[in-house]
Design a protein around this ligand. Structure first.
Ligand SMILES: Nc1ncnc2c1ncn2[C@@H]1O[C@H](COP(=O)(O)OP(=O)(O)OP(=O)(O)O)[C@@H](O)[C@H]1O
Ligand SMILES: [Mg+2]
Length: 254
C-alpha cells in the first residue's frame, strides 16, 4: 500500500466513510485515464459515499415506516387495475406532492390496490430520504389516545407533523366512537398544509358520516384533506379474487 493510499484509508475510517477508501483508487485510475480535473475526482469519490449511505438509509427508513409488506409500483399490474393511470401514479412517485405538502386519497372497494399503491409511494419516499409512518386508522387512533392518556397528545401530534409522510390505511372498516373521531380529526388538522398524508378508504366521502358520526366534523375533516390533494378512485374487482371468482361465489352461496 502506498503512503497516500494508507492515508486515505486512515481518513476514511476517521470519517466513518468506508466507501471513500474502497472507491478512491479505482476512481483515481479512471480520472488519470480520462484526464479529470481534481474537483471532478473529489466529487466522484464523495458521490460514491453519499450513494452508498442513501441506499443504506433508505432500507432503515423503509423498516422504520412499518409497512405491513414492502410493495412497489413495479409489482402493480396496471392492466388489471384500469381505473388508475400509470402515468399519474408514476408522477406521484416523483414525490413533488411531499414538497408541496399535498395529500393523496385512495378510494375504492376491497382488493383494488389502495394499500398496495400507498405502500409503493411510501417506499419510494423512504428510499428518497423522507421519513414515512404507516398504520391503519385504528392504529393511529390508538396511538393518539395513548398519548392523550399520558397528557402528551400535542407533543405526539407535533412529532408526527415532522414526519413528511404519514399513511393512514383502512379508514372506514371500523366505525369510530366520538373520542376516536376527534383524535382522527386532530391528526388531519395538525398536518393540514404542513405535511402530507395518504388516506385509504373503502367508502366514498359521502359515506364518511357513517364512520365518524358527526356530519359537521366530517365536512371539516374532508375539507382539510381534499383542499390540496390528488384523489384517486379505484374501481373493479378485487385482485384477491382474481381468477377465483367462481369458486369463491360457489362457496359463498353454499
Ligand atoms: N393491480 C394490482 N397488481 C398487482 N397486485 C395487486 C393489484 N391490486 C391489488 N394487488 C394485490 O392484491 C392484494 C390486495 O390489494 P390491496 O391490499 O392493495 O387492496 P386494498 O384496496 O387495500 O383492499 P382493502 O380495502 O381490502 O384493504 C395485495 O396483495 C396487493 O398487492
Ligand atoms: Mg387495504
Amino acid at each position: 500500500m502506498t503512503t497516500v493510499t494508507a492515508e486515505i484509508a486512515f481518513y476514511a475510517r476517521a470519517l466513518k466513510a468506508p466507501r471513500i477508501a474502497e472507491t478512491a483508487r479505482a476512481l483515481a485510475e479512471r480520472a488519470r485515464e480520462e484526464g479529470w480535473e481534481h474537483e471532478r475526482y473529489l466529487a466522484a469519490v464523495l458521490d460514491a459515499e453519499v450513494a452508498a449511505r442513501q441506499t443504506h438509509g433508505g432500507d432503515n427508513r423503509v423498516r422504520a415506516a412499518r409497512f405491513p409488506q414492502v410493495k412497489t409500483l413495479d409489482d402493480f399490474d396496471f392492466s388489471f387495475q384500469r381505473s388508475v393511470k400509470r402515468e399519474l401514479v408514476a408522477h406521484l412517485a416523483q414525490l413533488d406532492f411531499l414538497c408541496e405538502r399535498k395529500n393523496v386519497i385512495l378510494l375504492g372497494p376491497p382488493g383494488t390496490g389502495k394499500t398496495h399503491l400507498s405502500i409503493a409511494l411510501g417506499v419510494a419516499a423512504a428510499r428518497k430520504g423522507y421519513r414515512v409512518a404507516f398504520a391503519s386508522a385504528q392504529e393511529w387512533v390508538t396511538r393518539l389516545s395513548e398519548a392523550k392518556r399520558y397528557g402528551k397528545l400535542s407533543e405526539e401530534l407535533m412529532r408526527l407533523a415532522r414526519i413528511p409522510l404519514v399513511i393512514v390505511d383502512e379508514v372506514g372498516y371500523i366505525p369510530f366512537d366520538p373520542e376516536a373521531a376527534s383524535l382522527f380529526f386532530s391528526l388531519i388538522s395538525s398536518r393540514y398544509e404542513r405535511s402530507s398524508i395518504i388516506v385509504n378508504s373503502n367508502k366514498t366521502f359521502s359515506a364518511w358520516t357513517e364512520i365518524f358520526g358527526d356530519p359537521v366534523a366530517v365536512s371539516a375533516l374532508v375539507d382539510r384533506l381534499v383542499h390540496h390533494a390528488e384523489i384517486i378512485t379505484l374501481k373493479g374487482e378485487s385482485y384477491r379474487l382474481k381468477g377465483k371468482r367462481k369458486e369463491v361465489l360457489d362457496v359463498a352461496e353454499g
